[in-house]
Design a protein around this ligand. Structure first.
Ligand code: ZN
Ligand code: ZN
Length: 102
């Protein structure tokens, strides 16, 4: 499996996102939108959905914050750890904002 960990442009807010430190980044740290490429194993590209996924809720377990994302096309849901770079104080606002997407 090839890991993809390159800088990219966010498809939602168009900000440039630099490489993640340790993990493959799969959501935007500014607006929390990601692409539904695959989510059972990140980045194995097992789907051709390629629609936007939005955060819908989150939970904290063992001090690790996990964000639940939902695809706005096929409604598949996927949990993902937050990144240290995430603007986490904005997460609640974005979750409210994206409720209209579904
Ligand atoms: Zn973004
Ligand atoms: Zn999808």
């Amino acid at each position: 499996m090839k890991k993809i960990n390159e800088s990219f442009i966010c498809i939602n807010c168009w900000k440039k996102i630099s490489q993640a430190e340790k993990t493959c980044r799969n959501h935007c740290p500014y607006c929390f939108v990601s692409l539904h490429v695959d989510w059972d194993i990140p980045w194995d590209r097992d789907t051709d959905c390629w629609w936007k996924m939005y955060p819908t809720t989150y939970e904290t377990r063992n001090w690790v914050l996990k964000i639940l994302f939902k695809c706005s096309k096929c409604f598949k849901q996927h949990r993902n750890k937050r990144s240290p770079e995430d603007e986490i104080t904005q997460l609640n606002n974005f979750i409210d904002l994206y409720q209209s997407k579904f």
